[in-house]
Design a protein around this ligand. Sequence first.
Ligand code: DX5
Ligand code: ZN
Length: 227
Amino acid sequence: MAFDRTIKIAPSILSADFANFGQEIQAIEAQGADWVHVDVMDGHFVPNLTFGPPAVAAFRKHVKTVMDVHLMIAPVDPYIEAFANAGADIITAHVEAGAHIHRTLQAIRATGAKAGVALNPGTPAEAVEHLLDMTDLICVMTVNPGFGGQKFIDMTGKVRRLREMIGDRPVHIEIDGGVDPTTAPLLAEAGADVLVAGSAVFKGGSVEKPEVYGANIRAIRAAAGGV
Ligand code: DX5
Ligand code: ZN
């Protein structure tokens, strides 16, 4: 995984058909997805439940690009190895999920996975100031985590601040929540390079109509100024 700041679209399979993940992943990748975003929820850190490590390991067999695993769980540390063994390329933990995010990021990198840190809308950019040299990705939540299809919360100022703080470091800025062709341009302009999108990618499409996924992905990418 070489680092670059080109726009990457990461469809969240939270909006896919839960009875058909294999074909859904193949469809979004064939239609231009750069990464595959996997939302892990525990019914404790967030009020919803999704997948554990065995499901993520099953997804891995279908992912040819990058498997980006977003952990919305607390505690995080006891499960890091299991998600790394499940084949996650990137493991992202929330700064709000525990007292020791620094240790968590060290533990993620120790598995060989890339380490991401996520910030809820109420958490300031400065929360990651002392973590910039030990993280590969900062995920800026633009909804309160837990569900797909929520209304976008503008975090453009936070993204701009993070972009300044990051400087030349090889750290991605990822946006998660309410990304669509209307919100994408503001975020890209502010310095984001990874755009997660659930509803805006899967809307109107299916494995029988995968070209809709392609059109949706292209619309977000074009709006963000990517090619
Ligand atoms: C929210 C998840 C997101 C979600 C985004 O807790 O982390 O990845 O699936 O969904 P949309 O794009 O529909 O807002
Ligand atoms: Zn997510």
